[in-house]
Every structure is written in C-alpha cells, then in structure tokens.
Design a protein around this ligand. Structure first.
Ligand code: ASP
Ligand code: MG
Length: 453
C-alpha cells in the first residue's frame, strides 16, 4: 500500500547527454512538483561515459599512457562543456568546477595507480566505473538548482546496500529500506534527491555495481525502498515496442503491458529497460517507461494486470554461438548434462538455449564468454563443434505456445526462406525462441513482425 506521493524518476544516459537534455529533465521534475508529487531522481552517467571509463581501465591496464591521456581529457572536457552550458552564475560555476575537477584529478590518480601496480581487481574496476554516475549527479544537482529546484545529490553506496560480486551485486532490501528511511523526512520536506544509479555499497560503503545498464534497476530499488507510487524510467524510445524501431519502422508502442511479458521482453534482448527493473511491479509499484524526447506519448505502463492473449513483441539478442556436443555413450546414461554444467560453472559460462537428441546436446552461449579452457574441457567429454555468429530471435506474448501461433511463425519463416538452427518453447507459455544465422536477423524479424502485427 502506498502511503506517500513519491514518484521515482530515473533519467538515462541520453537524457543526461547535454545541458539542454538535462534541462528537459528539470522541466519533467518541475511538473511533478506542480502536481504535488514528490520526485526522487535517479540518474545514469552522461551518455557513453561508462563505455569511456571501461576504455580508460583497458588503456591503464595495457600501459597505453598517451591514449589514456587523450580519452581522459576528452571526457573531462565533455563534463565541463555541460557545466558551462548549465549556468552563467559565477559562484555556481566556481563551486561545481571545483567538485568536477577534484573528481577527475582523483580518477586520474587511480588510473595511474593501475598502470603502476597492475591492480585490476573487480573492486577497483567497480570504483572507477562509478565515476560516471558520481559526476552526472553533480551536474544534475547544479541543473536543478539553476532551475530553482531544491536539488541535493546523494551517493547510492550509502543507500542501496548490496553484497556478492563487485561488478554485479545483489541487493539486501532490508538494509536498503533502513538506509532510505533516514532520508524520508527530508523528502517529505521537499528536498529533491538526485541519486547516482548503477551502483550500491557493501558493508563499508565500498562501491558495488548492479551490472551494465543497472541504473533502471536503481530506480526500482529506490521505488521499493521508498514505497513509491510510481517508478518512471525516462529514456529515448516510445516505451516498450513490438520490435526494435531501428529495425522495424512500423513497430508499435504499447500503452500498457503485463510485468511478466515486459520482463520476458527485457530478458530476451529488448533494450528499453534492464530486466531487473520489473522487480518494482512485484511490490505492486507501477512502472512507466517514458520518452524524454517525445513527451506527447504517455509511455508504457507496466503492472500486474493481464492484457489478453497474443504476441506482444519480436525481440532479438545478438552475439551468440552454438556449441554442439555429440557422444554415443550419452544414450540412456546418467550425468552427462551434469558434466556439461560443471564445465560451464567452472568457466563462468551461462548456458542459454538448450536442445537435445538421444546422443547429442546443443546449447547457445554468449560468444564473448567462450574461452580456450572451457573448449578443451567440452572437447574432452564429447565430439564437439561450434557455430559462431548466431542470433536469438524471441517471439514474446501471453499464452503463445499453441499451434495457431506456431503455424504463423513457421509459415513466415518458410516464405522468407529462413532455416532456424535451434528452436525452444516450453513451460512459460510466453516465449518462443529461435536461433538463426546473424545474416538472417533483419529478414527474420521483419517477416515475424509482419506475420503477427
Ligand atoms: N551507466 C551505466 C551503464 O551504462 C548504468 C546505466 O546507465 O544504466 O551501464
Ligand atoms: Mg539503460
């Protein structure tokens, strides 16, 4: 039950891309305040900054000082460019220049530390990557103040309490709620917090990331911890769509969508939101996906309602490989799949789609997780081959595992001469996956989208 009027507003990288887009965010926030809602803001890093920080880490690790200096300077300039365009107030410029300067100086020291010590631990990586959101939230605070809003930046490592791995940690919601309760009064009194997305903090507030794209999840975590009325994810697309609009021009936007279907879409590769974001709807908090650059569109509302049977999207996920393992001893024997599972676990490889015959098993994995040790181990238990450059296309919807849908699907594939390499349909009733060659991707999505919409 919601007892307050808190709206968590999460702004993504493109929304944080320039002073101009930040000012649009401020306008969204202002409107909420006018409507007597209490915004709690969560921000991503300035667009592409996380990628840049990863690049800087790589350059430091490989002792490429010259390139490191160039990339470092460019990202520093970019933040100062935004700062300069946010305000003309000399006092504010001085205050925020000092903050940004100090952070870049510190970051530079850490990167040089990596060059000197070759320390490239996950803890250090997480710390370096947190600079993106740490800097963007300072700029957003300035933007709000410049717009006459009582903005106050707050670091998420003190609020979002996590444990597990530094690069993709798990949230402890009991501790997190306790931490958030300490700022409830201030929110009540009208402070607009700007929280860094993407990371939480461990026992000593050490930075722990929530995984790539994790700022959406940060929004949901804040929503859950504050028992918010709504979590709004402000992005650069018209909500959840029936296909990627860059591939299908006619892709349609959904005004409402069931949480399980939305989460299936996100897991299957829809870029619009991080799969874990849906967790808020399990706490009965509505999630609204909005487009900052098309505010006329009301967005996609994600909640627990059922919206009727049928296909809701055709989604793709790139960069897979198929591993085929064949062994005549597999027939009727016990424990073969377990052997595969152990090799996968030991090599930190996540198995995706899996299909079997009596003497063979095929599964897909993300190509970048392939490594020589794992390949050798697989080879030691079975004859083995790889098909690289394959893509997973998923048809997602409510109650779609039926002949009617399958007939349409195969008719579409047949008429566009696409041969599926693997197919998966199972208990969930809301996902049919097919593996196809990378070169067939666009044609597959086009023909399936046309068949279902
Ligand atoms: N900046 C982080 C990333 O690019 C988190 C996010 O924006 O969601 O992965
Ligand atoms: Mg994102």
């Amino acid at each position: 039950m919601t007892t307050n009027n808190i709206a968590v507003l999460k702004f993504g990288g493109t929304s944080m891309g320039t002073a101009e887009t930040m000012n649009i965010c401020a306008d969204v926030i202002s409107n909420k305040i006018k409507q007597k809602e209490k915004p709690f803001v969560v921000v991503s890093a300035v667009s592409k900054m996380t990628d840049t920080l990863i690049k800087l880490l790589e350059l430091a690790k490989n002792n490429k000082k010259h390139d490191l200096n160039t990339v470092f300077q460019a990202s520093k300039d970019r933040h100062f460019e935004i700062l300069k365009n946010l305000t003309k107030n000399a006092e504010l410029i001085e205050k925020y220049s000092k903050i940004i300067n100090a952070k870049f100086a510190h970051l530079f020291e850490i990167l040089n530390g990596i060059i000197l010590t070759s320390d490239y631990s996950e803890k250090t990586q997480a710390y370096v990557l947190s600079y993106g959101e740490d800097l963007s939230s300072d700029l957003m605070e300035l933007c709000l103040i410049e717009n006459g809003i009582k903005g106050k930046k707050i670091n998420s490592n003190k609020l979002v309490k996590t444990h597990g791995s530094y690069l993709s940690s798990d949230v402890d919601f009991i501790k997190t709620k306790r931490a958030f309760s300490k700022i409830a009064k201030e929110i009540e009194n009208g402070t607009i917090f700007v929280m860094t997305g993407f990371f939480g903090g461990g026992i000593d507030n050490e930075i722990m990331l929530l995984g790539r794209g994790g700022s959406d999840f940060s929004g949901s975590i804040a929503g859950i911890a504050l028992n918010a009325k709504i979590v709004e994810i402000w992005t650069d697309a018209d909500g959840v769509m029936s296909a990627d609009p860059r591939i299908i021009k006619e892709a349609k936007s959904w005004e409402e969508m069931n949480k399980d279907i939305a989460s299936e879409m996100a897991r299957a590769g829809a870029k619009v939101l991080h799969p874990k974001t849906i967790s808020a709807s399990f706490y009965k908090i509505d999630i609204l996906i909005r487009n900052l650059f098309n505010r006329a569109f009301n967005g996609t509302l994600i909640n627990s309602k059922l919206y009727g049977d049928g296909v809701k999207g055709v989604v793709s996920d790139d960069d897979y490989s198929i591993l085929h393992l064949e062994n005549q001893d597999m027939f009727g024997s016990a424990g073969f799949v377990a052997k595969i599972g152990i090799i996968a676990k030991e090599n930190n490889i996540s198995l995706d789609m899996t299909t079997t015959s009596e003497t063979s098993i095929s599964f897909t994995i993300k190509t970048k997780t392939l490594n020589k040790v794992a390949l050798k181990a697989f080879n030691s238990i079975a004859d083995f081959s790889i098909v690289e450059d394959v893509v997973k296309v998923s048809v997602i919807g409510e109650n779609i595992s039926n002949n009617q849908i399958l007939e349409k699907l195969f008719t579409a594939l047949k008429s566009s001469k696409i041969e599926p390499l693997m197919i998966s349909m199972g208990h969930s009733n809301n996902n049919i996956g097919i593996i196809i060659k990378k070169n067939d991707k666009v044609k597959t999505i086009e023909s399936l989208h046309k068949a279902f919409f």
